[in-house]
Ligand binder design. Structure first.
Ligand SMILES: Nc1ncnc2c1ncn2[C@@H]1O[C@H](COP(=O)(O)OP(=O)(O)O)[C@@H](O)[C@H]1O
Ligand SMILES: Nc1ccn([C@@H]2O[C@H](COP(=O)(O)O)[C@@H](O)[C@H]2O)c(=O)n1
Length: 213
């Protein structure tokens, strides 16, 4: 598989803005047209640094909204290998343990890779690997309500811990790093995961880059 035959779509925005929903919607709908083996999703969260050498009490002190919390070298290495047609083993991350598990997901090269995560466009090397960059622009109060619900239901968090983390790191890092990265986006999607027109436009652009229209 040559460089040109792998298209990378980077979807970024605040936590709980709807990045995963857009990614999974495009994935599901393009599966029918391209075949599921040719399209895949990679979450930046899978590349949070391994913290298994730290005690749990130390791991919860990490600022997970700062670019330094991500193993950027491994992410870039994986994107470049996939573009060269080489399979990679993606770490499986636990939000409950705040570190990588002992498992990996085997990921083979694809025609289309949807990369989603909060800090992707803050990194120049990731920007260089991306063919289309999208910023999901959902109001922060909406994101906070969604995050509170999700983190309590799916990530084993208490109401107090979600509120404390939000005030201490999530909100400040959004304004310091994530919001300014919007200027690197090709497309800004208001409202988030259910913006049908934006999803249709993205699908059409992907098909165009693949030479399918
Ligand atoms: N447009 C929307 N309307 C209602 N709920 C939404 C919408 N977009 C996302 N959600 C919900 O909000 C939560 C966070 O969305 P998700 O796509 O996982 O965000 P992100 O990947 O940006 O963190 C999920 O429970 C999802 O189902
Ligand atoms: N151990 C961790 C690792 C990450 N987070 C939070 O996840 C958010 C990014 O994921 P989204 O699916 O919401 O985009 C980020 O804001 C981190 O604060 C965490 O709480 N614990």
């Amino acid at each position: 598989m040559s460089d040109q035959s792998c298209i990378i779509i980077t979807i970024t925005g605040a936590s709980a803005s709807g990045k995963s929903l857009i990614a999974s919607t495009i994935h599901r709908e393009l599966c029918n047209e391209l075949g599921c083996k040719d399209i895949g999703i990679i979450a930046e969260d899978s590349y949070y640094k391994d913290q298994s050498h730290l005690a749990f009490e130390e791991r919860i002190k990490t600022n997970y909204d700062h670019p330094n919390s991500i193993d950027r070298d491994l992410l870039i290495e994986h994107l470049q290998k996939l573009k060269q047609g080489i399979s990679v083993d993606i770490p499986v991350y636990s939000y409950v343990e705040h570190t990588r598990t002992s498992e990996v997901t085997h990921f083979s090269p694809k025609k289309v890779i949807i990369l989603e995560g909060i800090l992707l466009l803050t990194d120049e090397k990731v920007r260089r690997e991306s063919n289309i960059s999208v910023f999901v622009d959902t109001p922060l109060d909406t994101c906070f309500i969604r995050r509170l619900k999700r983190d309590m239901e799916e990530r084993g968090r208490s109401l107090e811990s979600v509120v404390e983390q939000y005030n201490k790191t999530v909100r400040p890092m959004f304004f310091q790093f994530i919001e300014p990265s919007k200027r690197y986006a090709d497309i800004i999607v208001p409202r988030g995961g259910k913006n049908r027109i934006a999803i249709n436009m993205l699908k059409a652009q992907i098909m165009h880059l693949l030479g399918k229209n």
